[in-house]
Design a protein around this ligand. Structure first.
Ligand code: BES
Ligand code: ZN
Length: 424
């Protein structure tokens, strides 16, 4: 059912006048025979354009996507389970993940992490989930989906008056836009650390206007990274590497928002050294707390994350797999960026209400007790990846700096003047 929804929305997207007649999809190689069988039954055979390794690229007609997704669901137990691509070149690139960047992982910023963690507030996370899930939906082509972008941009902007911090919308031609908050690095600004989640929600029934609270999928992830950003900025964090918080648009329709961001960064030669994806953080489905997805992620970065959990979060963790490119981490992985996806439950214990009107905060007992663990992990990851320090309120880059300097200067003058007066 869930698959049918995702796919029918893809069909709708492909029905735009600007859309091509053929749609390019990348699927697991094991599913090619089934996909072709479905297409053949419809009298418009799916061409396999390229096959290599675990993934194949097919050109299909938009009208076939619905049945293909049904079969994927029935036979492979996947939801969606394929990436939709705007061009054949992009689809082909999905076949050949870039070699993974090698990163030196160290845990040596304990005082900074420990000054930040106690300020993370579970009630703030809960409140943000409440606000996001109160919107009718956050579908990438709906009015409320577009409003979610400006709402989040404004919320993030309210966290600081620093002139070096930017919060921008990233336009890729959909009503909904991705939102990017950047804290520039002090000493290694050209090395970028990304922490993200997806802003959009979807419902299998009702498309553009259907109710899709998406409290868990993925208001929980957005609220979690919003809390990390709030506290880091409240503590005047000045990273050595550049940090980018990204709320991706259009994840639910084939990871399109994150693919567009990755494409843009690649074009601009932005050097991303690590990406953390927070997609579903507040539904505790399993006994252990945090599950690291092993597929489409970096084993080395995952090991680093398990050490961060042990050192700073004190939560229990395990390893699991999505079985397909289930979220935006896969877009980074394919570009050679070490990516990780810490998840709220084992796959088999997952929240079964996502993509329905029932994906609400009530399913998480109206609290953010689970998500707070991911906020701690997100803050620890950001600090130990981007290093740097916490600054005083008037540190460089703050628009308060000039005032602070002026006050100090005036204070100094006053002291000097009164000393002079006294000497006379
Ligand atoms: N948050 C889900 C992915 C997910 C669901 C991970 C359940 C683990 C357990 C994500 O928003 C999603 O729905 N992804 C799509 C695939 C995507 C490529 C369109 C899906 O799983 O159908
Ligand atoms: Zn989803």
């Amino acid at each position: 059912m869930r698959i049918a929804l995702t796919v029918s929305l893809l069909v709708a997207a492909c029905g735009d006048s600007s859309a091509p007649e053929r749609v390019y999809i990348s699927v697991g190689s094991d599913a090619v025979t089934s996909v072709r069988a479905v297409a053949a039954m419809q009298g418009a055979p799916a061409e396999v354009l390229e096959a290599g390794g675990d993934v194949a690229v097919l050109a299909v007609e938009p009208g076939e996507l619905d049945d293909i997704s049904h079969v994927m669901h029935e036979e492979f137990g996947r939801c969606g389970g394929f990436m939709a691509h705007d061009s054949l070149a992009d689809a082909r690139a999905a076949l050949h993940p870039q070699p993974q960047l090698v990163v030196d992982y160290t845990i040596d910023h304990r005082p900074v992490v420990e000054a930040v963690l106690p300020a993370l507030d579970r009630t703030a996370i809960k409140a943000t989930i409440g606000e996001l899930s109160a919107m009718p939906n956050r579908y990438y082509r709906s009015e409320s989906g577009a409003a979610a972008s400006t709402w989040l941009r404004d919320r993030w902007r309210s966290f600081t008056t620093r002139s070096d911090v930017t919060v921008e919308l990233f336009d890729q031609g959909y009503p909904q836009q991705s939102v990017i908050l950047t804290i520039p690095g002090s000493t290694r600004p050209h090395e970028v650390v990304v922490i993200g989640g997806h802003l959009d929600s979807i419902t299998m029934l009702g498309g553009k206007n259907g109710r899709a609270p998406g409290a868990d999928d993925d208001a929980s992830g957005i609220a979690t990274l919003t809390e990390v950003a709030r506290v880091l900025l409240a503590k005047h964090y000045r990273p050595a590497r550049t940090v980018k918080f990204i709320a991706y648009a259009a994840e639910e329709v084939g990871l399109r928002g994150s693919q567009a961001v990755v494409r843009d960064f690649k074009q601009k030669k932005v050097n991303v050294v690590g990406a953390l994806q927070l997609d579903m953080t507040n539904y505790k489905g399993s006994e252990k707390d945090i599950w690291l997805m092993k597929d489409f992620t970096s084993a080395e970065q995952n090991t680093f994350i398990t050490k961060l959990i042990d050192t700073y979060v004190g939560a229990t963790w395990g390893l699991d797999a999505c079985g397909y490119a289930c979220s935006d981490h896969a877009s980074w992985y394919r570009a050679g960026v070490p990516a990780s996806m810490p998840f709220e439950a084992r796959m088999r214990d997952r929240n079964k209400s996502i993509h329905t009107k029932d994906d609400t905060l009530e399913l998480s007992n109206n609290n953010a007790d689970h998500a707070i663990k991911f906020a701690k992990l997100g803050a620890a990851y950001t600090i130990e990846m981007a290093k740097g320090e916490l600054g005083p309120p008037g540190s460089p880059g703050s628009s308060g700096f000039a005032h602070w300097k002026l006050i100090a200067l005036l204070g100094g003058l006053l002291v000097a003047a009164s000393a002079l007066v006294r000497r006379r």
